[in-house]
Write a new protein. Structure first.
Length: 358
């Protein structure tokens, strides 16, 4: 069992000393909205990637009311390239909920925070602890990794019971005088020192009481199920030209990349050529008759749970009006209007292959 005073004192002292050298969005502020935005952006995303998005977001939406009043398309455009777009949609819906139900002020308790769309156990604990000083553990991947190594915890951290057990143990260890520093210390220790690979144990403030460092099996923790092979898909899309305009369609709100704009296309079926696939997908998704034009190029892109090879063609409209069989909206836009719409990163890679005029 960890010695509470020894562990907590060393952790908080390290955090208070090092936080100036560990610039992280949302640190050193008491604004609960800023903390909310920062913690959502930092989920499954590196600090260096988040910083420019966080700064631009707080410039464009400095308050909950500013975010709530914005159009979702613009919100998604601000988020473009950051990934996990449901986070942006949930922040937007959550802001509107706070305006309607809490008069524009984030509530102070976890129970009330959990009522807000998109705010779950982690985010509610982060806001309550970091903004309002509530003594509740914040459990993210960094914290789970640090604690698992510290104690050589042998249970699968993806299990709800394991997370509850670790949360209970952290609750007994944390200081009620400074819960925010305790939680931020654990999170930032995981980000900067106790990294998934090659942890910097020699500079860890709690290395003398770390069981896995003593044994030398740091990278055996945390315990997780073995990863499954990542599937790969071959995808084709068509940039359909009609005069000086291109057809774009909007993905349904639910599901992967919901609410983003894209070009018609889909997976290549067995026995199908790429050219056959793009014409079939365009007909199925839009009902349009098109002629296949020149090939634009091929890019590779990795999502969290799968990878794709994406090939794009220009296609020329022949007949028909665009239907919305696989989308929630569609429209013809001038090429100069592309930057006004939020696209998935794979589509952005294709657009970079195109000269200024299609």
């Amino acid at each position: 069992m960890l010695d509470q005073q020894n562990f907590t004192k060393k952790l908080i002292k390290w955090f208070q000393t090092e936080r100036a050298h560990l610039p992280i969005p949302g640190r050193g502020v008491t604004n609960p909205y800023a903390i909310w935005v920062a913690e959502v952006m930092l989920q499954q995303t590196q600090v260096t990637t988040v910083w420019p998005y966080y700064k631009n977001w707080m410039r464009d939406y400095p308050s909950i009311s500013d975010l709530a009043a914005a159009k979702q398309d613009q919100v998604l455009k601000n988020w473009e390239g950051l990934g996990y777009y449901s986070r942006a949609r949930n922040l937007h819906r959550g802001a509107q909920f706070v305006i309607d139900e809490f008069d524009g002020d984030l509530p102070r308790t976890i129970a009330e925070l959990l009522q807000i769309p998109g705010i779950g156990p982690y985010t509610s604990a982060a806001i309550a602890s970091l903004a309002f000083g509530e003594a509740v553990p914040v459990l993210d991947g960094n914290v789970l990794r640090v604690f698992s190594r510290l104690t050589r915890h042998k249970s699968d951290i993806t299990l709800s019971k394991t997370k509850r057990d670790i949360s209970d143990m952290l609750a007994r260890l944390m200081t009620y005088e400074n819960p925010g520093a305790f939680n931020q210390g654990l999170m930032d220790l995981g980000r900067s020192i106790c990294t998934p690979r090659n942890p910097n144990c020699s500079n860890c403030p709690i290395n003398e009481i770390c069981d896995s460092r003593r044994v030398g099996d740091m990278e055996a923790y945390p315990v997780k199920p073995k990863s499954r092979p990542i599937p790969h898909y071959n995808i084709v899309i068509g940039l359909i030209r009609r005069g000086q305009k291109l057809l774009i369609q909007k993905r349904p709100e639910s599901g992967l990349l919901g609410g983003l704009w894209e070009f018609p296309g889909g997976k290549i079926e067995t026995g199908e050529s790429r050219e056959e696939a793009v014409l079939r997908e365009i007909e199925e998704e839009t009902g349009l008759v098109v002629d296949l034009g020149e090939e634009i190029g091929t890019i590779n892109h990795a999502y969290t749970h799968f990878k794709i090879t994406l090939t794009a063609w220009f296609c020329d409209w022949v007949d028909g009006e665009a239907q919305m069989h696989a989308s929630s909206d569609s429209k013809w836009i001038h090429f100069s209007e592309i930057n006004q719409h939020a696209f998935p990163k794979a589509n952005l890679k294709i657009l970079k292959l195109i000269s200024p005029q299609p």
